[in-house]
Structure formats: C-alpha cells, structure tokens
Design a binder for this molecule. Structure first.
Ligand code: CMP
Ligand code: CMP
Length: 390
C-alpha cells in the first residue's frame, strides 16, 4: 500500500529514528521533546528544494531496527541532521576517528526490512558500485541492510547543489540529470541512465553538495543514510588511504596532482583482481572505467583484419583504459591479464572529476598510440581503432 505524505516528513522521521536508535534513551518522549526543540532552534532558512519537492510515496511496510545499542552513559543529543528538511547547522558532531574500534562496536546498526525481491533488486543495483567493492562481506551486508528504497517522480530534485548531505544514492532505475552552477548559471554536466550512484562527496568530505541531481523520468533509488555511509565507507576509505598512499604517490601519471587530490583519487579507487589470461577490456566495448596496474602485468592487443596482434605489455604503475573515456569512442584495444593481476579501478565520473590535471599527459600518450600502430601495421593511415584527431 502506498500513501502521499508531505515532503520532508519521511526523512525527518528516519533521522529521528536513527538518532533514537543510536542513543537508546531511557525516556523516548523526553528525548523527542529535546530533539525537536533543538531541531527548531537550529533551523536556518528552509531548503528551497524541500519546499518545491512533490510528495514522496513510501512503502508503509518498511521497518527500521537497531541491533546494537549505545551504552546509557553515552547518551547525548547532537544537532539533528535533516538536510532537505532544514539546513544542517554543524557537521562537526559527526566527525569521528575512523580507527576508533571501540566506537565501531558501540554504534548502532540500521536495518530496513526488505522483501526477497527488493533485496535481489538492491544487490543487482549495487553490483557494480565501485565504492562498495572494497567492503568485506560483513560490511557489505550491513550496507545492504541499511539501504531503503525511494520512488521518485519526473522533475523531482533529489539533491540540490550547496545543500548538506543526507544520503548516498544508488540508482535502481530511471534517468537523472547532473547540473552544476558555473558563473551563477546552471549547466548540464551529465546524465545517469538506469545505473550508477551519486551523492557520495558531501558525505565523504563533509562538504555542501557539489551538484544538483534531478530525475528526468519516474524511477527508484536505493538510499544509504549518512551515518551508516560514514561509519562503513568513510572508515574503509581511511584504511584504503593507508594502504595505497605510497603506491599512488609513485604513479608517474599522478605526479602533477597535489597530495590532497591524490588522496581523493585513492578514495574512489577500488581494487580488482584478474587471473592469468582473463580479459579486462574488449576492443569495441563501451567504456566506463579507468585502470592502473598495481601488481602483475597486462597485455594489450589490437584486432586488425580478424587477427589479434600484441602491441604492449604494461606493469606496476602504468595505466590503461583512458582512451575511450577521453574520446568517447569504443575501446580501442583488448587488455588481458598476464599471470595474477591486481588493478586499481576508477569509474568515469571520478575520472572526469579528478584526473583533469593529468589529461594533457594522457593526450600526449594517445598520440604515441597512433605512431605505435602505424609502425606495427606498416601503414600511417587508416588506424580504425583510434579517433582521427589524436
Ligand atoms: P555530492 O556532492 O554529495 O552531491 C552531488 C553529487 O553529484 C556528487 O556528490 C557526485 O556524486 C555527483 N556528481 C556527478 N558529477 C559530478 C561532478 N562533475 N562534480 C561533482 N559532483 C558530481
Ligand atoms: P581504451 O581504448 O579505453 O581501452 C584499451 C586501452 O589500451 C586503451 O584505452 C589504451 O589505454 C590502451 N592502449 C595501449 N596502447 C594502445 C594503442 N597503441 N592503441 C590503442 N590503445 C592502446
């Protein structure tokens, strides 16, 4: 059964429930009184997006549970975070030391119950989300438990630039436009079509939303609340930074990046393993990822007139898969694992956002591909797998 409810109500109640579950107050009514009083005091101007957003349909059978309570003596009331309901006043209340294991044990686990079909859809939608790829089984299952479904209408603002971050979103279905303000003017920066995710930046870095995301069709999203996202994904990123910091610093392509920019690159990378002979990229496929070899080797081959010819072997620190992302053309070559290979993989959004400063180096390298192929095939014209203007 579904019912029309006022904009903002669902998020307000979810946030309140999360905070009750985290704090486990002895007197829930007293907690609620103080919570809403504090919320009212902290309320800045109402978010324009909330005012303009149409009502949202929710599944009334959705339940929230908490499986691990917080000790009584730790009960504290922090400024409630309600983003689309009202502007967050301070995000510092949620800052924590990512290595604080004790805090991890005390933290509350959120569970939104789901039907088998919903869980299946959710798992399918999350299968290719790079941010989730480094999670262990327990962490992944906590993330899946905490996610809840949100139906969206055409023209609905899911995120407004400069708002505070409430949720991370994984697309189940539907199309969405990304807008960013440039010199005060909203410019279309890209689209999502039936898969992908967005809304991670404000949660990762405690910054205002970097873009506006508007649904351009009816659709459905899976949402992960800020608290769970920070507890699992941000903590995991802190571990990743420790693990990959030295390696990323040694990658020649990334030398021109500042240290903070390199750390952001680490945050979005995920590690993928390939076994001997496994195909990593197929020539002619459409592209959505960029790769850096972390260990082992990869073999690049090109299919010309029905025969595959080896053109290069790359090892630790070298990158591939940039060409199709830069030229918006299909993959220009095959890439295979030689022995066991470990690659760090970045999706196209992150590639666009973070590797802008390295594009000149990549473009210079692309010019070499043409020479390389021309030499190999003893022809300086008609290298069909490369764009004509490289
Ligand atoms: P966040 O800043 O939390 O909210 C807006 C989201 O838009 C952002 O996270 C990203 O997930 C997404 N996004 C897509 N393209 C871009 C881009 N070019 N720059 C910044 N954010 C982007
Ligand atoms: P992309 O076309 O996205 O996928 C195949 C990758 O192989 C390509 O990006 C390059 O990164 C890499 N490659 C290496 N040498 C060549 C070459 N001579 N021609 C085309 N691609 C090459």
């Amino acid at each position: 059964m579904s019912i029309e409810i006022p904009a903002g109500l669902e998020e307000l109640l979810i946030r309140f429930t999360v905070d009750v579950l985290r704090n486990q107050p002895r007197d829930v009514l007293d907690f609620a009184l103080r919570y809403f009083e504090r919320l009212n005091q902290n309320r800045g101007e109402d978010s324009p997006s909330a005012a303009s957003r149409p009502g949202t349909k929710v599944n009334l059978s959705q339940e929230t549970h908490c499986t691990e309570g917080k000790a009584e003596e730790d009960v504290e009331l922090f400024a409630p975070a309600t983003s689309t309901f009202t502007r967050r006043v301070s995000v510092s209340a949620e800052t924590y030391n990512p290595y604080n294991e004790e805090e991890e044990h005390r933290e509350c686990r959120i569970i939104h119950s789901k039907t088998d079909k919903q869980r299946q859809c959710l798992q399918e939608a999350c299968r290719d989300i790079l941010l989730f790829k480094n999670l262990d089984t327990k962490q992944m299952s906590e993330v899946l438990d905490a996610m809840f479904e949100r139906r969206v209408q055409e023209d609905e603002h899911i995120i407004d630039q400069d708002d505070n971050g409430d949720n991370f979103y994984v697309i189940e279905r539907g199309t969405f436009s990304i807008y960013m303000k440039v010199d005060g003017e909203e410019r279309l920066r890209g689209t999502y079509k039936n898969h992908g995710s967005f809304g991670e930046l404000a949660l990762m870095y405690n910054t205002p939303r970097a873009a506006t995301i508007i649904a351009t069709s009816v659709g459905a999203l899976w949402c992960l609340d800020r608290v769970t996202f920070r507890r699992i994904i941000v903590r995991n990123n802190a571990k990743k930074r420790k693990l990959y910091e030295a390696f990323i610093k040694s990658v020649p392509l990334l030398e021109s990046l500042k240290s903070g920019e390199r750390m952001k690159v680490v945050d979005v990378l995920c590690c993928q393993l390939y076994s001997d002979g496994e195909r990593i990229i197929a020539q002619g496929d459409s592209a959505d990822c960029f790769y850096i070899v972390e260990s082992g080797q990869v073999r690049i081959t090109v299919n010309k007139n029905g025969a595959e010819t080896e053109i290069a072997v790359y090892s630790r620190g070298q990158y591939f898969g940039e060409l199709a992302l830069i030229t918006n053309m299909p993959r220009a070559a095959f890439v295979y694992a030689v022995g066991n290979v470990q690659c760090l993989v970045m999706d196209v959004d992150a590639f666009e956002r973070l590797l802008g400063p390295c594009k000149d180096i990549m473009k210079r390298n692309i010019a070499n591909y043409k020479k390389q192929l021309a030499k190999l095939f003893e022809s300086d014209t008609d290298i069909a797998c490369l764009p004509p203007n490289t």
